[in-house]
Each structure stands twice: as C-alpha cells, then as structure tokens.
Design a protein around this ligand. Sequence first.
Ligand SMILES: Cc1ncc(COP(=O)(O)O)c(C=O)c1O
Length: 466
Amino acid sequence: MKIIKSQSFNVKQFRKMVMGVDVRVPVHKNRPARFINFDNAASTPALKPVYDKLKDYLKWYSGVHRGTGHKSILSSQRFDKCHEDIARFVKADPERDTAIIVKNTTEAINKLSYRLNLSPTDVVVSTMMEHHSNDLPWRRAGRIDYAGLDSEGRLDLQDLSRKLRFWYPRVRLLTVCGASNVTGHINNIGHLAALAHEYGARFMLDAAQYAPHQALDMKPHGHPEHIDYLAFSGHKIYAPFGAGVLVGPRDTFLKGAPEYAGGGTVALVGSSQVKWGGVPDRDEAGSPNLIGALALSETLKILDSIGMEKIAAYEEQLTEYALRLLKGVPGLTVYGSLPRVGVVSFNMRDVNHSLLGAILAYEGGIGIRTGCFCAQPYVRHLLGQEEPANLDEYARLPVWEMPGLARISLGAYNTLAEIEKLAELLHRIAARKKEYQREYVLDLGGAGYIPRSGLTPVPLHLSLDL
Ligand SMILES: Cc1ncc(COP(=O)(O)O)c(C=O)c1O
C-alpha cells in the first residue's frame, strides 16, 4: 500500500492499513455491530502492509546467527538491521547506544533492573503514577522511593526534586512513564531527564504508552535532556508479534553477566569460564524472535513515514472530542488532566466499572478496559482511597468488587464517529441505570457481568478453534 505524505493525517487511509477494523461482533438483542476498539492501551491491532511483508518473508525465514545457508545469512542480516531501524525511530546514538530486542516493556524494565547491578545502598526514584511493570522490578533491585502526585494525578515536581535531593548522591536512576496508562497524562520528559542528571542519576523512560502516540527523541548523550534508557512494546504500537525493545548505552550492557545465560550470549565458553558476547547479543539469550523484530521495525518505518507529529495532532483532536462528550454525560467523573494522550479513565455514578464495561461490550460492541490497569497505587490515589491494611482480604474479592475505573484508550485509526457512538451509549446507560442493573447479572464462573437473557450467538468467522 502506498503511503502518501500529506499535510495532515489521513485517518481513512490509515484505517485501510489497520487489520480488523471492519470485524462485526455479537450485540445483545440486536444485529452484529462493527467492533469499536477503545482498548489500544492494552494492545493495538496489526498493520496489513506489515503483515503482508511478513507473510512474504516467511519463505526466507531461518535461524538467526546460527547457520551458513543463504536463508540464515539473510535472516541474520535482517535481524541485525531491525535493531538499527528501531534505534533510529527513537533517535538513539548509533555509536553509543544499543537496542536490545525483548518481549515487551515488562521484560525490558526487568532486564534493566538486573543489568544496572544496583547495590542495596543504591536508590531508584520512581513515581506513584507508574504501571506495576515500572515499579515492581525496582523493588527487588535496591531501594526505591516514589515521588507523589497532586489530586489530578499529575506528578508533584517539587516532591520529586525533594526526593532526588534527599537521596543524592545515592540515587542512581529516575524512572518515569512518558504517558500514564491510567490518565494518559504526559510527563514533561525533558524536564525530568534534566532533573535526574542534575542529581547525578540516569533517566529511564517507560515509553509503553508514549511511543504509540508521540514522537520520541532520546537526544544526544551529554544533552541535559538526554534519555539514558527507554523501553516500549511492539504490541502497543501496531506490531503485535511478540517483540519489544530496551534502548540504552552500550557500556551498561557490556558490563557483567546477563540475567539469562545460554546460546547466543557468549563469545567463548570453557569448562569453568565464560567470555560474554558483545551487545546486544549478550542480552538476547536463545534464538531470537525474528518475525516480531521485523514486524516492529517495519511498523515503525510506516509510522515514521506518516509522521508521529501528525499522528499526535490527530489524536489530540480525538482526545479533546472524547473529553468534551464524556464530560456531558450525567454522573460521569473523568480522571486526569492535560496534556494527555488518548487514554481517558472515568466512572459513572452508581454503576460498577465492570458492569459499565460489560454494557458497552454487549450493547454497543465497544471494547474498553475496566479495573486498575496494573497501576493499583495510582488508581487508589485517583479514587482517594487508602491502601488496604491487609492485602489478603482484598485479594479474595472478585475483580468486579475491587475499586476501579473504566478506561477508553484511543488509537490513530479511531474516529470521531466512534466516539459519538460511545457517548450516545453512555448517555443511554446514565438514563436507564436501573434497567441495566436488572438486565445484567454476575456470571460467577468468572465472566463478570453478562446479560441475564444471554447473548444471541452469531457465526464467528474464525479459522482457529476456540
Ligand atoms: C505505562 C506502561 N508501562 C509498562 C507496561 C507493560 O507493558 P507490557 O505488558 O507490554 O510489558 C504497560 C502496559 O500496559 C504500560 O501501560
């Protein structure tokens, strides 16, 4: 498919590339409806031109860095090149940085938390707005402290400075999300990086929710706003084939042993000694995910050719529209504040978040996510709730009884018309809460809320057995 560079983003053209936008799904007491995917923060669909290239490439597919045949040579070259393409997308330094291909952001952050080789006296400063994947790995790695938030869920920059000052010179890293997966709030990355460097720390950006929506620029080494480490997931940026990336200075990864040892990580192995390989090989243990890496690099090329700035400008319009319409729904509380990517969490008065998600799915064919989105401390903060004294008691609750929010998350292929459909249905739910509450029952088998009268089965055009 030809990609036309236009002055503004052409959503119709982009939609043609996105797989599955026309899929119809069962709707309660109605004809199947075209599925509206407002759950892009979880995972985005794939791009057809990339899928076509992968299908074509599969006849050349072979082992990477392990064979002498043509196919293996080709596959090894393509795999190596993926690293360059990905590094270019984030404007990493090709001489000084390395891009390590991993599964996802979670693996990337776990890897870094291991590879920084922190001592028990080292401190990592993070924030209360992080996804669990940018929190839990650091808890094991050294001492962690969290910068606080204001009532709208924004980072308290004074508190952050205080924490960095307090822990100086022990603070080794400041790690923050570029955009929140709960409120979509965009952090001031340049300012945060400069702050970290002022206190002698390195700066790590969790770009899982930022990379799909905004242009990334790691800035040159030595620049006060340089991003030292950066991670994101392919499946959140239109490349759902199992690859993600960790980018960072080569010197970090040329030191010490990787957390996974084995084939591909070594130069020499004696009976009791090992000489580790170079970068990124040392950190890509075992046979790599070539198809995932190809999908990611080809997808990034397409996004680059469209222009991330154009995507960001289009998504800003979508987000503004969504906020405007959501704020007009009676009883709806919207959380978070600008600037934000198209991730918007809300609650409807007297309607459980899980029930709200079910109604949107069953009545409108609209996919959202509900709950705490792997960011429980942040969601509790937004809801003004204390941390429970006893997590065991909490853990016994089914998800629909846990505190939570409903979240829509937009992609560049979503449209204003889709947002209108969502708002229409939300208005209907707000007006008929009691009816819906009678109509929906809890499936104690674990499916959450389902319509009491069941769902009309429709043929699902799936080639896979369910
Ligand atoms: C901000 C943020 N960081 C990290 C992650 C973890 O990403 P993954 O599940 O791809 O490892 C997510 C996932 O939603 C996220 O939103």
